[in-house]
Design a protein. Structure first.
Length: 165
C-alpha cells in the first residue's frame, strides 16, 4: 500500500522541474508585456513628435508640411480667386481629414475660397446651408446645381474651372 501512495505523489525532481518551467514562462510573459508597453509608449511619442513637427512647419519623411503646398503660392491665390469668381463654394467639416487635405492644398490661399463649415460644433458653422444643399460627403465643391465630391488637386480644380465656365 505504501508503494501505491508513493507512485501517486509527484517526485521532488518533477516539482522542481515544474516550478522552474513556471518561472521561465512567467519571466517570458513579463518581458513580452514590458516590450508591448514600451512599443506603445514609443509609438505614441513618435506620433506626438511628428504632429509637433508638422505644426511647426518641419516636413515629415514624405515632405508634407501642414498648411504648405508644393504649388506656387501665387498660382494658388489666382486659383482660389478664380474659383470664387466663378461661383464655386467649398463645403467641408472641421476634423475631416479630406477637408483638411483640401484646405492644405491651398496653403494660406484657402482663406480666399468661399467656404461653408458643415460641422455644427465648429466656429462659424452653417449646417443648415449644408443640409439645404444636400451635402453629405466632404469636401464637396458646388457650383450652381453641380456638386463635385471629394478632394480635388489644384490641377483638377483648374479643369473644373475650364469645364464649368
Amino acid at each position: 500500500m505504501e508503494d501505491t501512495v508513493k507512485k501517486n505523489q509527484p517526485s521532488v525532481d518533477s516539482i522542481k522541474k515544474s516550478v522552474k518551467t513556471l518561472s521561465v514562462l512567467s519571466v517570458l510573459i513579463l518581458i513580452a508585456f514590458i516590450a508591448t508597453i514600451a512599443g506603445i509608449w514609443y509609438s505614441n511619442n513618435l506620433e506626438q513628435k511628428r504632429n509637433a513637427d508638422l505644426a511647426n512647419g518641419i516636413p515629415d519623411e514624405d515632405g508634407a508640411v501642414a498648411g504648405a503646398s508644393t504649388e506656387n503660392p501665387e498660382s494658388l491665390v489666382r486659383l482660389a480667386e478664380n474659383l470664387k469668381a466663378a461661383g464655386f463654394m467649398l463645403y467641408g467639416q472641421s476634423g475631416d481629414n479630406k477637408t483638411l487635405k483640401q484646405k492644405d492644398a491651398f496653403g494660406q490661399a484657402y482663406t480666399i475660397l468661399d467656404y461653408v463649415e458643415c460641422n455644427p460644433k465648429a466656429v462659424n458653422a452653417n449646417p443648415t446651408e449644408c443640409l439645404a444643399r444636400g451635402i453629405e460627403r466632404y469636401p464637396s465643391w458646388v457650383k450652381g446645381d453641380k456638386v463635385f465630391v471629394g478632394y480635388k488637386s489644384p490641377a483638377e480644380l483648374e479643369e473644373m474651372l475650364v469645364e464649368n465656365q
